[in-house]
Each structure stands twice: as C-alpha cells, then as structure tokens.
Design a binder for this molecule. Sequence first.
Ligand code: HEM
Length: 533
Amino acid sequence: MYSLKLGPKSTIVVLTSPQIINDLLDKNSALTSDRPQIHFADRVTKGLNLTLSHYTETWKSLRRGAHELLTPQACRQHLAIQQAEATQLSYDLLANPEDFASSIRRYAISVMFSVLYGKRVPRFSSTSATEFYEMMEKWVNLLAPGAHPPVDMIPVLKFVPEGWARWKRICNEVRRLQKKLYFGLMGEVEGRMQADQENGCFLETIIKRQDEWGLNREMISYLGGVMIEGGADTTSAFLQSLLLLLTAHPEVQQKAKRELDEVVGNERMPILDDIERLPYIQAIILEASDNYYHSHTSISANYSAEFPPHSDGRYSCTSVYANAWGVYNDPEIFTEPEKYNPDRFLGERGPELIKVMNLAFGSGRRSCPGIHLARNAVNINTMNLLWGFHFGKPLDSNGKEMEVDTFNYAVGVSYCPNPFKSNIKPRTPHHAELIKLQLNSFNDAFSQFEYLLDDVDKAHVKELRKKLRHSIYRRLVPPAGSQSTQGQLAKPTDDEVAVASIPPWVNVRMAGSVGSISTFLVTIVSLMEVPAA
Ligand code: HEM
C-alpha cells in the first residue's frame, strides 16, 4: 500500500495486497464506494451511469434493482437463452471458424440484449448491435485519458462556450445516441408488455417494480444501458482471452478434454451443472481471468473515497486504486505469474488463490453486479468450446505452426486481445453433429426473444434454421447412393438423437429416462419442414 500526493488537495492510494483491499474496500465499503468526479460522464449521463456515478441515493436505488434481479437464483431464469446462444456460438465456430472474434462478440451482446430487453441479436451487424457499438466507440473515446482537456482538474474549463469546446459537442452527441438507443429499447419492452408478449427479461421486472426501488423512466432506461455496457464487451473479451490461451497451450486442452470425456462423455453437450465436477476446467477459467490482468499495465479499479478519517474527525479526499494487476503479478502470491498454469489452483494453495481471484469482479459495493450471469456464461462456453473443438496454432505458408503472443492486448476500456489467429476445428464430425442437433432443439427458447426482430434479422434466422435442418436431415437420411452422409458419419443412435434433442438445462439423468423413441420422433417432426435435398 502506498500513496501519491498530487498537490495539496489530492492523494492517490494504491493497494496491491488482497488483504488490504479486503479490509479497505470490502469491509469499509461504506467509506470507500464513492467515485471521483468525471465531468464528461456527468454531462452525458446526468449521474445515472451505475459504473461511473457518485455514491448517491440515486446510485443506491439503481444498484439495489440491479443486485436483486441478478442473484444466482434470478440468473437461473436466464439459463435457457444463455445455453441456446452458447450453442449458437459453437455452431458459428463450425460454420465460420476464421470469424471467431465477431461470433463471440455477437454471442455476448445477444445474451445481454436478451436478458435485459428480451430481444436477441442474431447477426453481428443487426441494427441494435451496430447502434450500440457506434455509441460505445464515441463514449469510450470521450472518456479516454488525455483525449480532451482535463476539465476535472481545471474546472474553469466548464465555462468555455460550446463553439470552442469540441468535447461539449461530443458529450451532446453521445447523450443523444445513448438516449435514442436506451429509451428506444425500453419503449420496445413496454410495447411488448402491452401486447402480452412478456418473456421475463430484466427490464420487464424493473418496470413493474420501479416504485419499490424509487426509479423513474430515465433511470430505468440508463440502468438497462449501463448493464449492456458492463456485460457485453467484458464477457466477449474474456472468451477471446480464453481462446488465445487455449490456442497457445495444446497441453492444457488435452488435459481438459480428458476430464470432459470422463464426466460429460461424447453423447451430449455439457450442461451448466457439469462444472461442479470439472475442477480442471474451473482452474482453466480462473487462470484465464488471472492472465486477463497480466496483459495490462493499468490498475483495474478506482474508488474515490473519504478515507482514511483524520484523527480530528475530518476526512481527506482520496482516490483508492485496487491494483489487481499488481496482485496477479506478485510472485509471492502467484509463483511464476507470467506462466499460464491452471494447475496452480489445484495444489495445496488452491483455495487461497481462488479467493484472491474474486478481485477479477471488483471489490466492495462497487463490485460487479453481473457476476453470476457472467460466471454462467463463462462456465457454459468454456465447457462447450473445449468439449467440441480443437484450437490449433495458426499455420504459416509452409504449413508450419506459428506461436501466438498471449500478452498482445489492446489498451482500452475493455481489455481484449488484439486480433489473432486460431486454427479452429471440431474435435470429430460426431461432436459437430451433436452441436447442430442441440442447436435445433433450442428453436423454442430462441423464438421467445425474436418477437421484435426486424425483417432482415427475421429473414436471417429463417435462412439459418433452414440450413441447419437441411444439414441434420442429410445426416439422418443420407442421399440415395451415398455410403453415409459425407461418407464418414455413422447413422446416429436413437439415444444420441434423444439426448441431443433435449434442452440441456434438463438434468442429464432425466434425459436418459425420457423415452428415447418419443424424443427421436420430436426431432424428426422438427425436421419435417426440410425441403427436398
Ligand atoms: C466476464 C465478465 C465480466 C467481468 C470480468 C466483469 C468485471 C467487472 C469489474 C472488475 C467491475 C468493477 C469495475 C470497477 O470497480 O471500476 C465490474 C463492474 C460492473 N459490472 Fe461487470 N464484469 C463482467 C460481466 C458483467 C455482466 C454480465 C454485467 C451485467 C449483467 C456486468 C455489469 C457491471 C456493472 C453495471 C458494473 C458497475 C457496478 C457499480 O459500479 O456499481 N458485468 N465488472
């Protein structure tokens, strides 16, 4: 723990010890949950951005709503769409392996839109996603350190007329874009509620319980918006980091696949509850969160605080930084911190290290309210990706494997690897087929979130499903004269089709006891719309 004095009025305290972070930011969070003044953020959001706003009564109301609706129990309600979208991601990796970064980003934003607004994003270029990313680019640039005059340090700059202050015009533009997007999405939810088309999304509940939490319309629309900001790029950056690490470490993949084969087997895709019995996969995830911080020079969280109190009862104004990067690079905590080594979490010191990893989601009252949703997403996808795919090193023009740089990250608000290549292949054709069968079984789960899609998205979804059914049909019923589908695949057994047809949140044992003939028939019926091959 050390401090920097910036002139007579301002002190920065940097914490690089898990114990001290816990003492000051968790146990004393009533004193350390404020945020420093960010003039641009206040100008754009009028104090309604949960992440950036001060520790006010408004912040508390917003936080209460977010917190209550994202408990582990509440998040289970969103599991069906999370699983469905995760299967869609696996399918997208089968169909367009080179485009994995866009597929992951689409996945992450679609889950956020579905959970928050009850409307999915079936294409990376869907209008809602495009509008969101356009707004985010301007928003992030506005907040980037050094991009605009330091109004917080020289408050008199606030009085510069708009014609001379470009940043004021940018603030107005970002505010306009945020209001258009966030109010627009909220209006859609209200419209759907009036049309009796509720699907249990976050905003429906917030709207119904707004009086209880003291929220007005503007607060609700911003709450939804801030949750997408907080959840979309973080989840996507984590998954891209994971893929980068897996590509660099085939030995880790091999060990993970052995564990998955023992616990899950090859006749169904993983379900969320499997994670409890997969300690090595859990360790891979923890170690990927750890590496997530290795790659950055910045410190992760920032708390403006009236802390510590002077002995005479006055408070000094202090910014407190929880230096997660420093913690994760401390060789006394993490031996050889630069190495990607999931086994460190399985040794004697594992439980102690696992506790430290909670820092990846922030500290105290400012910690991530989306942690349970995020963990579900990360768990499901890590299992799926390792179960279904091999991530090989990219090949050069001579077919020789090239190394990937696991420390090559973009510097920005969201810590994401710079574009990299991975040679993505399904583990076997059988795994690929099970992914398709499972995706086909999710049509109902998806359709609840497709009510408000525009015509282009609807057409895309229809085409994709047709292609999928066609591909499954060709496997079940090989073209006349061919040895089997593509000459390689054996006809699936009833059990294979049955298990794969059952939505994966259904307990596996239940799946086994459901009559395989009836589920096989369900699959066949769902394929009946397939046009003649
Ligand atoms: C792997 C995924 C995620 C990671 C690594 C992550 C990480 C974090 C961290 C470190 C913070 C604290 C930031 C700070 O102190 O400045 C935070 C805050 C936040 N996160 Fe997450 N997050 C993830 C997913 C999500 C999801 C899915 C949601 C929404 C459902 C979400 C919503 C938020 C919000 C609104 C805040 C601000 C909280 C406040 O200041 O009161 N995050 N997140």
